[in-house]
Write a protein that binds this ligand. Structure first.
Ligand code: ADP
Length: 371
């Protein structure tokens, strides 16, 4: 991991090597290997020998081979002879067919799948009921609005993977059956957000028992057969919890990062931290923590902390990341969800809506998108 701080006869220092590695793309993606979090270490010996360490999660053996060749080529192009490149490959536990490189099979049109999505972000929570779906829906709408103000449309997607209780369609006001074009499933759209959810594909009261492999098959189809097109950001509403299903989803798509949603309770802290540990296991950076149901504000401005105080900040501090915002408890938020018009759309000046908007701008900023 470390590099000698002063190497007298070095032609290339660590910074320059990192710059070069920042130009190497993950095969099939526009993202580079550093921002993907694959890099484990760069060392330069006093003699100038360069050693690069990488960790990749994929079932496709072509990926490490291509990475090796690309890294070797770029280093040799800069005059670094015989670099040592060590790539540790972890094969995803389930669903090996949905590694990033196979998420858009060639027989499908180029705009199917997540291949042209710039950033995929998971919205996760340690447990249910913290407002994760509410957060995902409002964040998606706030992101779409922010980009719309810059003249950019159709750039935000929301993939509802909370297949045990898909509430996204209701909350964002879509309920039509998605159309198919050949093998490609067309997402629905509302408030400038492209949406796909299991809730759109099954009848609400159909007695469906979703078993692990079926869930993963569905998710892998959401990642490969839905026409997401050239989205800037695709939010993934993960099922609550930190089990194998969540881990498999995280592994099956090349996530740019995750946002952890929590409530202020102290008990929520350890649960949220467990969730975050899952992402670090698969090298996915935490973009930040969003605290929901932080307080209830009266008309005179006094605040009641119904669920305690400080949980979000504690989680963020423990994860060495940012507290993105504290969303108040507000009946308008719940009503927005129940009526299918998220509060950021129905009452953009409401306090909770302002927090969602501010979080959206922070996320765009962190991803280097226009704000
Ligand atoms: P999860 O996805 O974590 O299970 P939901 O998003 O379904 O949670 O939210 C659970 C319930 O809490 C919903 O009825 C939702 O409308 C409500 N809710 C979520 N956040 C807030 C908030 N900030 N203020 C008021 N109600 C909220």
């Amino acid at each position: 991991m470390s590099i000698e701080s002063s190497i007298p006869h070095m032609s290339m220092d660590k910074e320059s090597i990192l710059k070069l590695l920042g130009q190497v793309r993950y095969p099939g993606f526009s993202r580079d290997i550093i921002s993907f979090g694959l890099l484990r270490g760069v060392e330069v010996s006093p003699e100038g020998k360069v050693t690069i360490g990488l960790a990749v999660t994929t079932a496709d053996s072509a990926i490490p081979r291509k990475l090796y060749a690309d890294i070797e080529a770029i280093l040799q192009g800069a005059g670094i002879q015989n670099p040592e490149i060590a790539i540790t490959v972890t094969v995803p536990k389930t669903n090996p067919s949905s590694s990033p490189s196979t998420s858009a099979p060639s027989k499908l049109p180029a705009d199917a799948g997540v291949g042209k999505v710039k950033h995929i972000i998971a919205i996760a929570s340690g447990k249910g009921g913290v407002g994760k779906s509410t957060f995902a829906v409002n964040l998606a709408c706030a992101l779409a609005r922010a980009l719309n103000e810059k003249g950019l449309t159709g750039r935000i997607g929301l993939m509802d993977c909370d297949i045990y209780g898909p509430s996204v369609p209701l909350m964002i006001g879509v309920n039509a059956r998605p159309e198919m074009e050949g093998d490609v499933l067309l997402p629905l759209e509302n408030f400038g957000v492209k949406i796909m959810s299991m809730g759109l594909l099954i009848d609400a009261d159909a007695p469906v028992v979703w078993r692990g492999p079926m869930i993963m098959k569905t998710i892998s189809q959401f990642a490969s057969n839905v026409r997401w097109g050239e989205c800037d950001i695709l939010l993934i509403d993960l099922p609550p919890g930190t089990g194998d299903a969540q881990l498999s989803i995280a592994q099956s798509m090349a996530l740019s990062g995750a946002v952890i949603v929590t409530t202020p309770q102290t008990a929520a802290v350890s649960v949220a931290l467990r969730g975050a540990a899952m992402f670090s296991k698969v090298n996915i950076p935490i973009l930040g923590v969003a605290e929901n149901m932080s307080f209830l504000e009266s008309a005179d401005g006094t605040r009641q902390y119904l669920f305690g105080q400080g949980g979000g900040l504690k989680v963020a501090t423990a994860l060495d990341t940012e507290l993105l915002g504290e969303v108040p408890i507000d009946p308008a938020v719940r009503q927005g969800g129940d009526h299918g018009i998220p509060v950021v759309i129905s009452h953009p000046d409401n306090n909770a809506a302002r927090v969602f908007k501010s979080i959206a701008l922070t996320v765009l900023h962190k991803l280097n998108q226009p704000t």
